[in-house]
Design a binder for this molecule. Structure first.
Ligand code: NDP
Length: 462
């Protein structure tokens, strides 16, 4: 089945960039080959003077994987999009230039700012509201600002250009399937909702541990660090989905209202020495690979004290969650890859005498990529049936056929901002994190160390 998109032209600013080649174009290829971008025209722009065939070659190269698996229809469509794609040399920060290009294109146009964050801000400031035709969509990448103040400034600029529901602040981290899996689990089953609160849940952990180290991304990462890069922009969104009140519907208004409400109730309590931790990796080995000390990597400024592992304890001050710690952690160059949310239930109030063996609390584990569900329960064990044993109920959840960036782009092309971060939420995520960033910058929380390939600094509950 094929579908016309709301958007007629996708304009990618940053045609030569890493995001465009590695993630955006392959994501677009998924949509194109599946007939979900019918009639779409692709346009690239960059500050370099590229001949048109250089851009078309880049598009074809990024479409190649998809092309090798596509059916005859998919191959034809991929060829059409690549062959009809044009390239424009453009300094997006020069007044009138971007507006001039948008005016030339077949609208509605979606403008994807695949640019360094400060350039995106300047490009938006160089646009005047009357130069942006009705229906234009603006797509902004993370990091959305670098603190609450800069996020507010960027939001104000964007609000002057297009309506909020035409702004897509991308959080590719949660694909649509993953988001809907959390919501389906929570709100389409009778047994969970009655225990999904402070009475029955002791703690929630949201973990995104990577075995990847810096991988040459010092220019961006050394100025950001784990707290900004992962916790502010992604893990707080997952926290919101785990903790929000049942929305009336899964549409952009109701779902995003529920996300905003729970984040407004969330904060990290001072003193940050007890509610946060930060660390940086030193030289080590991951699966036999040598990893250099973080501060020895090209482009790293040791004096910035950038953390590669961060952990914060968030409190949600409402009736449902008061007193339940939400532990958010993310780190690079760790020995164990772990991407999951773990809900730990309170122990049973009384275990009848006669039982022996394991008496561990129930845990529900929601894995992100691959999407899985595991429920650890205590059951009667083999042999002596009163000797308790642990059993795990496990399910593989359906993954989306689209890559995360295919899902992001589908939302953009069909005009559905369901999965994009709303202005108030973007600001609120910074409001939660900003005091910690200030406290860390003032040296109030020590920067610990861990060897690459380890499970983190000693004593961390990793
Ligand atoms: P790159 O540095 O690889 O690319 C930036 C692009 O911006 C280049 O194509 C560059 O073109 C272009 N550019 C810079 N200045 C101008 C200008 N004045 N006018 C026109 N074009 C300009 O960055 P990434 O692709 O890595 O990142 C882009 C955005 O995506 C960032 O916000 C990043 O945080 C975000 N992101 C990136 C991810 C990744 O894995 N790469 C993952 C998630 C988010 P030229 O070289 O011709 O100047």
């Amino acid at each position: 089945m094929t579908s016309e998109t709301t958007v007629k032209t996708l304009l990618i600013l940053g045609a030569s960039g890493d995001l465009t080649g590695r993630l955006l174009l392959p994501g677009l290829a998924r949509l194109v080959a599946r007939g979900r971008a019918d009639g779409l025209t692709l346009v690239g722009a960059g500050s370099d003077d590229w001949p048109p065939e250089r851009w078309r070659d880049r598009v074809e190269e990024s479409f190649a994987d998809e092309n090798s698996q596509a059916d005859a229809y998919g191959k034809r469509e991929l060829k059409r999009v690549a062959a009809s794609s044009s390239y424009h040399r453009l300094d997006v920060t020069a007044e009138g230039r971007l507006a001039g290009l948008i005016a030339e294109l077949d609208g509605p146009v979606a403008v994807y700012f695949a640019l360094p964050p400060h350039v995106s801000q300047l490009a938006c400031e160089a646009l005047a509201p009357e130069q942006v035709p009705a229906g234009t969509r603006l797509v902004l990448e993370k990091p959305f600002g670098s603190d609450e103040k800069s996020a507010r400034r960027l939001n104000a600029t964007l609000a002057g250009l297009v309506p909020e529901d035409h702004i897509h602040r991308v959080d590719h981290f949660l694909g649509k399937a993953t988001v809907l899996n959390i919501l389906g689990l929570r709100f389409a089953n009778t047994f969970l909702e009655p225990v999904w609160n402070r009475q029955y849940i002791a703690q929630v952990e949201i973990i995104f541990d990577e075995d990847l180290a810096l991988e040459g991304r010092a220019r961006y990462y050394d100025g950001a660090g784990a707290l900004r890069d992962m916790i502010q922009s992604h893990l707080l969104e997952i926290l919101a989905l785990m903790a929000l009140e049942p929305p009336a519907s899964i549409d952009e208004r109701d779902l995003r209202d529920a996300v905003a409400t729970v984040l407004r109730a969330s904060s990290i309590k001072a003193p940050y020495r007890t509610s946060t931790r930060r660390a940086r990796y030193t030289a080590g080995r991951i699966e036999g690979r040598k990893v250099p000390d973080y501060v020895a990597e090209d482009g790293v400024d040791a004096a910035r004290n950038t953390e590669t592992l961060a952990e914060v304890r968030v409190e949600i001050n409402n009736w449902r969650w008061q007193g339940v710690p939400f532990i958010l952690r993310s780190g690079k160059a760790l020995g164990n890859k772990r991407k999951e949310a773990v809900v730990t239930f309170r122990p049973v109030p009384h275990l009848p005498r006669g039982f022996t063996g394991v008496d561990a609390p129930n845990q529900l584990r929601i894995g992100f990529g691959p999407d899985t569900l595991q429920f650890d329960v205590d059951v009667n064990g083999p042999g002596n049936v009163l000797n308790l044993d642990r059993a795990t109920l496990q399910a593989e959840l359906s993954a989306s056929a689209l890559l995360p960036y295919g899902e992001v782009l589908e939302g953009v092309l069909t005009g559905d901002p369901l999965l994009s971060v709303r202005a108030d939420t973007a600001e609120d995520c910074w409001r939660i994190i900003d005091p910690v960033l200030k406290s860390w910058a003032a040296g109030h929380v020590p920067l610990e160390e861990y060897p690459a390939g380890s499970s983190g600094p000693e004593g961390w509950p990793v």
